[in-house]
Ligand binder design. Structure first.
Ligand code: KIV
Length: 276
């Protein structure tokens, strides 16, 4: 069954946890979809994990569309969210609408995500009016790294916590269907989850959210540049890959790969004819 906005709403009502993972390519999308993950987020974190940038600011709309379309081709049931990159929606409502439209038309996403609360509500309203579902993103929003002065936990003071709660209510009023809460205290995320009727998806925000998201290379132990405190490694795929690469290299160098079973046959007469 295809996951839709209505499915997610029902899951919150039924206290059924929602699972989301980041995804950037067709092969991984097929595996996650078959496993039953409800939401695949084509996050602008691909700037770090796929493209090797130190933050997400250099990611372009074309980068995002390219990867969103690949993920959408691998999915049967999961809901695909396209993450609007830095300066694709902050510049104007018109830009936000045009770029959200590109995610739907070219990327075949089912929803778009953008960072920010009250200050992007006009954009959220305009996108929702065009029948494009929106996921908001509050807290430690990576596109604000320079304004925050680093990747720092948000919402720790009374004023900042109040502002986050207000932002969550504002994005709900503006029509968002979902809200990601990143890098905020667990107790605050639980309060926000209770105060809004749209599902909250936490990352570094504790177990009180309606669902969870992780960057898939983090949870598979493939990305070691920086491992945040909130990451749990569910497997050490990085080590499995590294061992496989070394074994391949050894077998090629010693001549044991490819073996007979990896080769194609040809009739002896054909070879004999060649040698005449
Ligand atoms: O870009 C991303 O992967 C994200 C998640 C970490 C929420 O925004």
């Amino acid at each position: 069954m295809k996951t839709t906005v209505a499915t997610l709403k029902k899951m919150k009502e039924n206290h059924e946890k929602i699972t989301m993972l980041t995804c950037y390519d067709y092969t991984t999308a097929k595996l996650m979809d078959a496993a039953g993950i409800e939401i695949l987020l084509v996050g602008d974190s691909l700037g770090n994990t796929v493209l090797g940038y130190e933050d997400t600011l250099s990611v372009t709309m074309d980068d995002m569309i390219h990867h969103t379309a690949a993920v959408a081709r691998g999915v049967k049931n999961a809901l695909v969210i396209g993450d609007m990159p830095f300066m694709s929606y902050q510049t104007s409502i018109y830009d936000a609408l045009v770029n959200a439209g590109r995610f739907m038309k070219e990327g075949r996403a089912n929803m778009v995500k953008l960072e920010g609360g009250a200050r992007v509500c006009e954009q959220i309203e305009a996108i929702v009016k065009a029948d494009i579902p929106v996921c908001a993103h509050l807290g430690l929003t990576p596109q604000s790294v320079n304004a925050f002065g680093g990747f720092k936990v948000q919402g720790k003071s009374a004023e900042a916590a109040r502002e986050l709660l207000d932002d969550a209510k504002r994005v709900e009023e503006a029509g968002a269907s979902l809200v990601v809460l990143e890098g905020i205290p667990a107790k605050l995320a639980t309060i926000i989850t209770e105060e809004v009727s749209i599902p909250t998806i936490g990352i570094g925000a504790g177990a009180g959210c309606d669902g969870q998201v992780l960057v898939y290379q983090d949870m598979l132990g493939m990305f070691s540049d920086y491992v945040p405190k909130f990451v749990k490694q569910f497997a050490n795929v990085g080590e499995v890959m590294s061992t496989a690469f070394k074994n391949y290299m050894r077998e090629v160098k010693e001549g044991t790969f490819p073996a007979q079973e990896h080769t194609y046959k040809i009739e002896d007469e054909v070879i004999e004819a060649l040698e005449k």
